[in-house]
Design a protein around this ligand. Structure first.
Ligand code: ACO
Length: 322
C-alpha cells in the first residue's frame, strides 16, 4: 500500500505580535480588547510589513519543513500553495516560491484557492498525487498576507485576521499517514463571506475587501465542520475516541469549542493558536500543526484530525497518523 505521510512541518510569522489594544489604537477602531477576546478568543495577530508577500512568508516556513523532513529543495517533486492573497494574478505563488526555494527540477507548482479551507484542499490533492504513485515528495503550503484585503474601518472583520505561513512535507510511505480526507463546497452560500472585487481591464474594481455576515458564518462553520469531520473519521473506519489531537482552523475559539464538544474531545486535546495568531486563513492549520509538533505535544504515531472551513462556502477534513 502506498500511503502519503507527513515527514516534516514548518511555519513562519512576520514581525512582532500586534495586541488588540495596539490594533485598536493604530486604526482608531471603536472596539475593545474585552469585546474581541470574549467573542473570538483572539488576543494578538502578526501583520506583514508593506512589500512582504505570501511567497516571502512561505519561504522560511518551507525551509523549516524541509529541514525537519531531512529533504533538500530539489527532492520536492510537487509544490502546492493554498492562498487567498497570491503575490500576483499570475504567475502562481507556487511558481514564484519554487524559484525562491531554488527548485530547478521542473516539478509541477500551482496554487489552490479555497480561502480558509485552502490547506485542506491542497493537502488532499497532494495526497492523491502521491497515492497514485506518480509523485513521491510534495511540499504543501498555506500562506497568507490576509491583512492586504482587510477594510481597516470595518471593526467586525479587521480584528479577526492575521498573516503567516505553514508548510508540510508529504512523502510516499509504506507506513500509514493520511488515512482519509473529505472536501465539500456549497457555492449557494458564497454571499455570507467574500471579497467581492473583480478584475476588469487589468484593474481591480468594486470592493476588494473581506465582507462577512458573522452570525451566518458562525452557524455554517459549526454545522459543516462537524459533518466533514464525521465523514473523514467514518471513511477511515475509526471513531472519535481514536483521535489524539484536533488541529482545527483557527477562526474563533467559540467555533473550536463547539466542534470539539460535538466530537467529544476535551479542549486539552485541541491545538490552539487563535489567541496569538488570529485567523490566518489557509495558513492557520499548518501553523497550528507545526506548533503542536514543535512543542512536543503531537508525537509520532498519534492520530490527528485536521478540519477547516472558509468562504465558498468550503470545508475539508483529514484524519492522519503522524
Ligand atoms: N468591537 C466591538 N463591537 C463590535 C465589533 C468589534 N470588533 N465587531 C462588531 N461589533 C458590534 C456589532 O456592530 C454589533 O453592534 P450592534 O449590536 O450595536 O449592532 C455587536 O457588536 C454585535 O455584533 P454581532 O455580529 O451580533 O456579534 P457576534 O456575537 O455575532 O460576534 C463575530 C461577531 C465575532 C464576527 C462572530 O459572529 C463570529 O465569530 N462569526 C464567525 C466569523 C468568523 O470566524 N469569520 C472568520 C472568517 S470565516 C472562517 O474562517 C470560517
Amino acid at each position: 500500500m502506498n500511503y502519503a505521510r507527513i515527514t516534516g512541518t514548518g511555519s513562519y510569522l512576520p514581525g512582532a505580535p500586534v495586541s488588540n489594544d495596539a490594533l485598536i489604537a493604530a486604526y482608531g477602531l471603536d472596539s475593545s480588547d474585552t469585546w474581541i477576546v470574549e467573542r473570538t478568543g483572539i488576543k494578538a495577530r502578526h501583520l506583514a510589513a508593506a512589500g512582504t508577500t505570501s511567497s516571502g512568508l512561505a519561504l522560511p516556513a518551507c525551509q523549516r519543513a524541509l529541514a525537519a523532513a531531512g529533504r533538500r529543495p530539489d527532492e520536492v517533486d510537487l509544490l502546492i500553495v493554498a492562498t487567498t492573497t497570491p503575490d500576483y494574478i499570475f504567475p502562481s505563488t507556487a511558481a514564484l516560491l519554487q524559484a525562491k526555494l531554488g527548485i530547478k527540477n521542473g516539478c509541477p507548482a500551482f496554487d489552490v484557492q479555497a480561502v480558509c479551507s485552502g490547506f485542506m484542499y491542497a493537502l488532499s490533492i497532494a495526497e492523491k498525487f502521491i497515492r497514485s504513485g506518480t509523485h513521491k515528495c510534495a511540499l504543501v503550503v498555506g500562506a497568507e498576507v490576509f491583512s492586504r484585503i482587510l477594510d481597516w474601518r470595518d471593526r467586525s472583520t479587521c480584528v479577526l485576521f492575521g498573516d503567516g505561513a505553514g508548510a508540510v512535507v508529504l512523502e510516499a510511505s509504506a507506513e500509514p499517514g493520511i488515512l482519509a480526507t473529505a472536501l465539500h463546497a456549497d457555492g449557494s452560500y458564497s454571499n455570507i463571506l467574500s471579497a467581492p472585487g473583480q478584475m476588469s481591464g487589468g484593474q481591480p474594481i468594486g470592493d476588494p475587501f473581506v465582507r462577512m455576515d458573522g452570525q451566518a458564518v458562525f452557524k455554517m462553520a459549526v454545522k459543516v465542520l462537524a459533518e466533514v469531520a464525521a465523514e473523514a473519521i467514518a471513511a477511515a473506519g475509526l471513531s472519535n475516541e481514536n483521535i489524539d489531537w484536533l488541529v482545527p482552523h483557527q477562526a474563533n475559539i467559540r467555533i473550536i469549542q463547539s466542534t470539539a464538544k460535538k466530537l467529544g474531545l476535551p479542549m486539552s486535546r485541541c491545538i490552539l493558536t487563535v489567541a496569538d495568531h488570529g485567523n490566518t486563513s489557509a495558513a492557520s492549520i499548518p501553523l497550528a500543526f507545526d506548533e503542536g509538533v514543535r512543542s512536543g505535544r503531537i508525537q509520532a504515531g498519534q492520530t490527528v484530525l485536521f478540519e477547516g472551513v472558509g468562504g465558498g462556502f468550503t470545508c475539508g477534513a483529514a484524519l492522519l497518523k503522524f
